[in-house]
Design a protein around this ligand. Structure first.
Ligand SMILES: O=C(CO)[C@@H](O)[C@H](O)[C@H](O)[C@H](O)COP(=O)(O)O
Ligand SMILES: [Zn+2]
Length: 637
């Protein structure tokens, strides 16, 4: 039977559009998690407050996900600051709903503190375990916003209660984990860091020219983008001041686009923050260079992200912040403030830059610097796309969330269930199939890219060194054997590949005399030459001896390729390219890695055959007869 999950999101319905004061990342988060959970075999109901008379009580949204509009307070928009009094009605409605349906939820996932309150009260009555994603913490908000924070003071005590009673807490970034411990004394063992994400089917890099033409922008102009909710804490004023400084102190010319607001037209009457920002642009005499676009639907956002050269987001604080990830996914480097989730999603100097919050000069300086270094901008662009896709797809995020659910559900299952041998076998196969399915789409491009690098290396007489530990050591030998012997093509010559973990004499001597962590790097020193490839296979991405080998290899001019799992660990940061299996379980990572290895072998053979065939074609059609029908035999150094 399918497991049933209730997601509560009292003010943020997945149906609401992004960009309004009270609708932002949380709507998207809840909607995407709900949709992706169905892929992992769950049935999902999303409970959100009925804020319009037009909304039906319960409606199927997508296959496997229902949205339940809970009558609590008048059926019209209310500020989230005013919703607490209606949470008792919300709770009783949900309790009745569960009892009437006669089917209990296996777990509740609450979003935001008021939903957490509902979940904690339901747990008291019905015993359903719950996990919570806070999306923002009251004490942190009060610290940054002071009196502008209009949530009732009861919020703090309620959050403390939720933190005590929740089965698990999801922190969206290391900063949030720190805040939970520091401000609320949360039990670190209860906290799991799982970031927010983006949908690669919705955000991808569209050619700049096309995106600009679609938006009616000049293809040759410099375009800087700010996009998100229009509230003072987002620090859009600093972006305008920074932009003004840039225009005044350099010969920079370009445009700042500001997307967001409560209406499609950038109307200050509807969105007072737009009025405040327009006045700043006017006082700086740059109103002609700043375009307020107004609110845009999610399907249009990829055009804005792709059209821009740079994305800027400098809030005072940001619990997670989905927009920088979306911008990176569209290939736009991000200048973000060094706060909260942004300092986790944006890697300083790799996918953009981090600047202090509220610091217009730093923004101006970084924009100028990037335009002066177009090649660097391009590198950041590529790395941004890679990082977003490696770590922040909703599929990957939901995978970690489902993992967490399973732990909580198993711990709370009322009777210990003796699993049969057949069930263990079935479960093993099912998990492997799920891991392979998840990997199929997300790894396709990197597998092809890696095969390119390896076949180029062989064609240019280079060799491939491979290393790993434990199961990965066996795979390293397996991989090398496919190259030295043959994979599918029985007529080709052997290709020079060497597993560094295979020579027990070298391995034991060097580990015994110097240290295990140097055992591979020493061999890289001995065998590696510029242009060779070093492949590190690791499920965690953190094996010290492979890290050292990569460091040595980089110094010697080898290309480093990681075949990794989990979040890619430190090896991902060192590798020139990595294939990160989107899975957390070591065993299933290894199962996918062997598929990846075989695919690389097949592609390398195919690519090299192509080279050989095209060489023979040239030879056949030329007047000169060159006596060779094989591709060049690689020569080892
Ligand atoms: O095969 C397995 C687990 O399935 C083990 O031998 C596993 O490879 C070893 O624990 C390795 O030492 C793990 O290293 P790594 O994958 O984190 O680099
Ligand atoms: Zn194993």
């Amino acid at each position: 039977m399918k497991k049933r999950i209730a997601l509560i999101s009292e003010h943020a319905s997945p149906l609401a559009m992004l960009g309004g004061v009270d609708s932002g990342g949380q709507n998207v988060y809840v909607g995407e998690i709900a949709k992706n959970l169905t892929v992992f075999g769950y049935e999902v109901d999303v409970f959100t407050r009925r804020d319009s008379e037009l909304l039906p009580e319960a409606a199927e949204w997508v296959n496997g996900v229902r949205i339940i509009h809970v009558p609590a307070g008048v059926p019209e928009y209310l500020r989230k600051e005013d919703l607490l009094p209606f949470m008792a009605d919300f709770t009783s409605y949900m309790v009745n709903f569960c009892q009437q349906e006669g089917q209990m939820y296996d777990l509740i996932h609450a979003n935001f503190w008021m939903s957490g309150l509902v979940a904690a009260n339901i747990k008291k009555v019905l015993g359903i375990p719950f996990v919570i994603t806070f999306h923002a913490l009251g004490k942190v908000r009060r610290f940054y916003q002071g009196d502008a924070d209009q949530f009732p003071n009861q919020r703090f005590a309620i959050e403390e209660r939720i933190i005590n009673e929740a089965d698990r807490i999801i922190a969206e970034c290391p900063q949030e984990e720190e805040d939970l411990i520091r401000f609320y004394n949360a039990d670190p063992a209860k906290i799991t860091i799982i970031p927010g994400g983006f949908d690669p089917g919705q955000f991808w890099p569209i050619g700049k020219v096309l995106a600009r033409v679609a938006l009616g922008l000049d293809p040759n102009e410099k375009v800087i983008l700010q996009l998100g909710r229009m509230v003072p804490r987002k620090g859009v004023d600093a972006v305008i001041y920074g932009f003004a400084q840039l225009l005044k102190t350099s010969d920079f010319s370009g445009k700042l686009l500001i997307v967001g607001g409560e209406s499609d037209d950038p109307d200050p009457n509807v969105t007072p923050e737009i009025g405040r920002l327009k006045a700043i642009a006017q006082s700086e005499n740059i109103e002609e260079k700043v375009t307020f676009v107004g609110r845009r639907g999610r399907e249009a956002l990829k055009l804005y992200y792709s059209a821009a050269d740079l994305f800027i987001t400098t809030p005072w604080y940001e619990p997670f912040g989905i927009t920088p990830v979306e911008a990176m996914a569209c290939g736009t480097p991000v200048i973000g403030s060094n706060v909260g989730g942004i300092k986790f999603t944006v890697r300083d100097g790799e996918t953009g830059y981090l600047v202090p919050a509220n610091n217009p000069s730093a923004i101006a300086e970084r924009i100028a610097y990037l335009y002066q270094h177009p090649k660097l901008m391009n590198v950041l662009r590529q790395q941004a796309i890679q990082r977003a896709n490696d770590l922040f797809t909703w599929q990957r995020v939901t995978d970690s969330i489902a993992d967490l659910y399973e732990k909580v559900i198993a711990k709370n299952s009322p009777t210990f269930h003796q699993v049969s041998w057949q069930e263990i076998v079935d479960r093993g196969f099912n998990n492997a199939i799920t891991a392979i399915q998840k990997s199929r789409r997300s790894l396709r491009n990197s597998i092809i890219h890696v095969a390119d690098i390896i076949s180029n290396c062989f064609s240019q007489n280079g060799k491939v060194l491979i290393c790993g530990n434990g199961g990965s050591a066996a795979e390293a030998q397996h991989f090398a054997a496919e190259f030295v012997g043959h994979f599918k093509c029985k007529t080709r010559p052997g290709l020079p590949a060497l597993a560094l973990n295979a020579d027990t004499a070298v391995l034991t001597a060097w580990s015994n005399d110097v240290g295990y962590e140097n055992a591979f790097s020493r061999q890289v020193e001995a065998f590696g030459r510029a242009g060779d490839v070093l492949i590190g296979i690791s499920t965690s991405g953190n094996s010290r001896n492979i890290i050292k080998a990569f460091e040595t290899a980089k110094k010697q001019g080898l290309n480093c390729i990681g075949i990794l799992g989990k979040d890619g660990g430190d090896l991902h940061l060192l590798a020139d390219i990595s294939i990160i299996v989107p899975e957390n379980d070591t065993q299933h990572i290894q199962e996918v890695q062997i598929v990846v290895i075989h695919l690389i072998c097949e592609l390398v053979e195919e690519k090299m055959m192509l080279v050989e065939n095209s060489i023979s074609e040239v030879i056949k059609s030329s007047e000169f007869q060159i006596p060779t029908t094989h591709y060049q035999l690689p020569i080892t150094h």
